[in-house]
Design a protein around this ligand. Structure first.
Ligand SMILES: [Mg+2]
Length: 305
């Protein structure tokens, strides 16, 4: 495999061939379109320019702790035009709803997810239970909270900034209570890049905690799960995966995932990785192309006019 090339270091002819080589872009959000906290200059302009050049563009995130409205506010802030939240934006709670409707229609679930993710479940008609306990807990009140009124068909796990011990304990109780209760997880990120120079631990170890006490494997529906790759093919009607390019700022969740779906891949350095990290990565997670940021597409499209 040839080493990754910067899209603006390709010759003009190669830049044109590169643009002509894909019809659909599937782009990660955090670290690519914006930062978890903060912005990346020129990304809205790039999205609009790519659309104007006739490219389809879809967005996929491992973060469900935003409501549809909050996603749209972010797209509006960067000036990206014509984004349809239902058709163009995919994140774990949406793929969970899709999965539940197919595999566990009508079943009640227990949510270990954020208020925002729960709001998405509610809006999409999923019957869910969640614990939001703000009071001081005693051993006695913990016991009360762990009683099961109604069994659930699945425990849903995703990034949840208010996650507490009692919520985890209840999830374990539900899984132990019902052999058919499935553990379904969104993002499995080990590191969460919060802001510039601020990377914190992801939620992966909390999921490991649940697995350890239930001997249950999780069904992952976020990147880099192959189930999500299959959903893309269905949702976006992808006939020729090689005419699709995956853009992301992480090597395993984005680049390796995109390649495993048969897509071309582009790493942007606007997230938490440096060029050195890319060169050090094993071959299977090195991208076909790289760029400083999604905004480089503005320059590239200008170059080939
Ligand atoms: Mg990212």
């Amino acid at each position: 495999m040839a080493p990754p090339r910067h899209i603006l270091e390709l010759s003009r002819k190669e830049q044109r061939e590169f643009i002509d080589s894909f019809d659909l872009i599937i782009s990660d959000c955090d670290g690519v379109v914006w930062l978890l906290v903060g912005w990346i200059p020129g990304t809205g302009e790039a999205i609009n320019a790519l659309k104007k050049a006739g490219k389809g563009i879809k967005f996929v995130s491992n973060n469900s702790f935003r409501t549809d409205e909050q996603y749209m506010e972010k797209f509006e802030h960067i000036g990206a035009k014509g984004i349809n939240i239902d058709d163009d934006v995919v994140h774990p709670v949406k793929t969970m709803v899709r999965y539940l409707n197919k595999h566990k229609p009508g079943e009640r679930v227990y949510s270990l997810m954020s208020l925002e993710a729960n709001e998405t479940l509610r809006k999409r008609g999923i019957d869910y239970e969640s614990l939001q306990i703000k009071d001081h807990l005693t051993a006695a009140s913990l016991v009360d909270n762990l009683s099961i009124d109604k069994p659930v068909g699945a425990v849903l796990f995703d990034i949840h900034l208010d996650l507490s011990y009692v919520e985890l304990a209840k999830a374990i109780r539900h899984l132990q209570n019902n052999d058919d209760c499935q553990l379904i997880a969104g993002g499995s990120d080990v590191i969460m890049p919060l802001a510039e120079n601020l990377n914190v631990a992801g939620f992966f170890d909390f999921l490991e905690h649940v697995k350890r006490y239930t001997q249950r494997e999780a069904t992952f529906l976020g990147k880099p799960s192959p189930i999500l790759g299959d959903m893309f093919r269905e949702m976006f009607n992808i006939q020729n995966p090689e005419r699709c390019i995956f853009v992301g700022d992480m090597l395993v969740q984005d680049i390796q995932f995109g390649k495993s779906c048969g897509f071309q891949s582009l790493l942007v350095l606007s997230g938490c990785l440096t060029k050195e990290d890319m060169w050090k990565a094993p071959k299977e997670s090195q991208p076909d192309y790289y760029a400083d940021s999604l905004a480089d597409f503005v320059q590239l499209l200008e170059n080939i006019k």
